[in-house]
Design a protein around this ligand. Structure first.
Ligand SMILES: C[S@@+](CC[C@H](N)C(=O)[O-])C[C@H]1O[C@@H](n2cnc3c(N)ncnc32)[C@H](O)[C@@H]1O
Ligand code: SF4
Length: 393
């Protein structure tokens, strides 16, 4: 049985505050992807978007007041289609609203084409200090099957440019692809690790409703490893990364100790974050309590709404104590550092369900850690939703 990562140091008490910025455009739509990403024949008017981002940031500032920003994440879509000046202007607006901490982590998600790599130095100059590249595979046939617009060599070229421009570089790979054998995946993963990056996101291919892959899957024309085959690929992933000094710190994320993504940790530690841009989600601590926000998904509709109302928020719901406690469990149990039982009790106003807790422990699905913490075990992680439902009962 594969171990999850070794016991990590306990997390800080205050998970901090971050800002998520969504850039909703892509050059082409990948057939597996259901993110809020749109392809347009003519490029968007970036100045108009900058003005809308400024307005939405100022609106959120008014709502929640002062904060210090520990992390910013430009996600997409394809943020590497933004002009560096656009990124710089949005960072400036964030810094005006909630000053960036001197050591703030500022990440930009980039597609690994040579055109985009040409903008990396501009992003660095604009204030980005970490990039996350969507390499997806190091095999040209697999990249073609995933509908990607780059070869493996081009992607590795972009990784090299990124490493020259940024101290902190991560890249994404998708595994559990059709017909993928554990030994082939192990070799591909070792090659990826040899690139020497401090962080890797390794996602099992999921079939998302409404995508071209879902239609092929339904028709029996795209078969992905499941059950034992998926489990064998997962085991290879854990063993290979652990041996290379990049243990998992979350279900799909691996890092050298200390090189974890601070922004993603903020989500999983259930910290506070503002989400700006089309289809962005936020969790804000307001005078009325914690609220869940989300914005209009359509890019043009979002801009129009912001121009008219000063923000694009269409959902703004106060979360009950029970909802917050459930969210904390769902996010925190993804982490190898697990959750703090006392924090759960403070959020929920009660302790975890004792009977379910004992049963899950006896079944080996969760384990206790020092300091009143608990986490999902290697056999618990694949059934996390069921564990959360039991613990929250
Ligand atoms: C929001 S996407 C953006 C990244 C960037 N646009 C790119 O494609 O390189 C973030 C990551 O989610 C992962 N992803 C998206 N859809 C997925 C799916 N159906 N299964 C597994 N991973 C997926 C990919 O690894 C991708 O790099
Ligand atoms: S995977 Fe990335 S490039 Fe492809 S459609 Fe999704 S967001 Fe766009």
């Amino acid at each position: 049985m594969t171990e999850v990562a070794p016991r990590p140091a306990p997390p800080p008490v205050d998970p901090g505050f971050g800002v998520y910025v969504h850039w909703p455009f892509c050059k082409a739509k990948c057939p597996y992807c259901d993110f809020n990403s749109h392809v347009r024949h003519s490029p968007p008017d970036q100045a108009r978007f900058v003005a809308a981002f400024r307005a939405e940031i100022a609106h959120t500032r008014q709502r929640i007041g002062q904060r210090r920003t520990q992390s910013v994440f430009f996600g997409g879509g394809t943020p590497s289609l933004m002009d560096p000046a656009t990124v710089g202007a949005i960072l400036e607006a964030i810094d005006t609203a909630w000053p960036l901490d001197a050591r703030a982590e500022v990440t930009l998600e980039a597609n690994p084409t040579s055109v985009e790599a040409g903008r990396f130095r501009g992003y660095r100059a604009a204030g980005v200090n970490r990039v996350s590249l969507g390499v997806q595979a190091l095999d040209d046939a697999a990249l073609k099957a995933l509908g990607r617009m780059h070869t493996a060599q081009e992607a590795l070229g972009a990784v090299a440019v990124a490493r020259a421009a940024f101290e902190r570089v991560s890249f994404d790979l998708i595994y559990a692809r059709p017909d993928q054998k554990p030994e082939d995946w192990a070799a591909e993963l070792k090659r990826a690790i040899d690139e020497g990056c401090e962080h890797l996101s390794l996602y099992q291919l999921t079939i998302e409703d409404g995508t071209p892959f879902a239609a092929l899957h339904r028709a029996g024309r795209l078969i992905v490893p499941d059950g034992d085959a998926a489990r064998a690929l997962w085991d290879v992933t854990q063993e290979t990364t652990l041996a290379a000094g990049l243990p998992a710190y979350e279900i799909s994320n691996h890092a050298r100790p200390g090189a974890e993504s601070r922004h993603n940790l903020l989500y999983w530690r259930y910290g506070e974050y503002a989400g700006v841009g089309p289809g962005a989600h936020g969790r804000l601590d307001t005078p009325e309590g914690r609220v869940a926000t989300s914005t209009e998904r359509g890019p043009e509709e979002w801009v129009a709404r912001v121009e008219q109302a000063g923000h694009g928020v269409i959902v703004d719901e106060r979360l009950s104590r029970a909802e917050q406690a459930d969210e904390y469990l769902l996010m925190g149990l993804r982490l190898t550092e697990g959750i703090d039982r006392a924090r759960f009790a403070r959020l929920a106003g009660r302790d975890l369900d004792a009977t379910h807790f004992a049963t899950l422990l006896a079944e080996g699905l969760i384990e206790e850690l020092p300091g009143e913490r608990l986490r999902a075990t290697a056999i618990g992680l694949p059934v996390l939703d069921a564990i959360v439902a039991d613990l929250a009962a």
